[in-house]
Write a protein that binds this ligand. Structure first.
Ligand code: SF4
Length: 205
């Protein structure tokens, strides 16, 4: 993404009360997060290949934060409790499926915990995305989510909707469907509650 496009994106999000910051590497984003998130608070984590690559959960746990990340649950029941606790954490850190230059954040969820927390839960939300998640419009963003992110996420999580084999969305009504909830954040009532971190790397899917 060139500089002109980034500043256009940043301005569009600013008008919607969402702060945008640019980082060259995931390591820089991690330092930023560890700097602005207090050491004495609790944090919910929205499952994300980008955050896993960053290793943010272990770093936060290692310095004494309480972290609600479903990945550290020992079984399905524990993971479910962690997802619920994350909804009312003081901070929430997540990836996203697509971000548009005109100022929208697009996510699809299987169960809805992540979109619920981002929409109305923690008072402070940090969203980390690589440049591969940037699209020009909502239509392109949804197309990206359904045809790229969903098949890969379904495969990773062990579900088998039609897109896994076909590598494209056929708008299925399968019980294995992974995109049960589609969320488009178009703005925020509280200024800078959401901080969007864009990293100049290809991250997640
Ligand atoms: S609607 Fe079905 S086929 Fe389309 S992305 Fe979702 S799970 Fe895959």
């Amino acid at each position: 993404m060139n500089e002109e496009k980034f500043y256009k994106l940043k301005e569009n999000f600013k008008n919607r009360n969402i702060e945008v910051n640019w980082f060259e590497t995931l390591g820089e984003v991690k330092s930023y997060i560890l700097n602005i998130v207090p050491v004495d608070c609790n944090i919910g984590i929205g499952h994300s290949a980008t955050l896993q690559k960053m290793g943010i959960t272990n770093s936060l746990l290692g310095r004494g934060n309480i972290v609600y990340d479903k990945e550290i649950g020992k079984n399905r029941e524990e993971s479910k409790i962690l997802k619920k606790k994350a909804l009312l954490a003081e901070w929430y850190i997540s990836g996203s499926n697509a971000v548009t230059v005109d100022g929208r954040i697009i996510n699809v969820d299987h169960s809805g915990n992540r979109v619920a927390a981002i929409s109305y839960g923690p008072d402070n939300v940090i969203i980390v995305v690589g440049i591969n998640k940037i699209t020009d419009t909502v239509e392109e963003g949804i197309k990206r989510v359904k045809n790229i992110a969903c098949p890969l996420n379904a495969k990773r999580a062990g579900y088998n909707p039609p897109c896994v084999e076909l590598n494209k969305c056929i708008d299925c009504a399968s019980k294995e469907r992974v995109c049960n909830i589609l969320s488009i954040i178009e703005g925020q009532s509280e200024e800078n509650r959401i901080k969007l971190c864009i990293v100049n790397e290809m991250c997640g899917f």
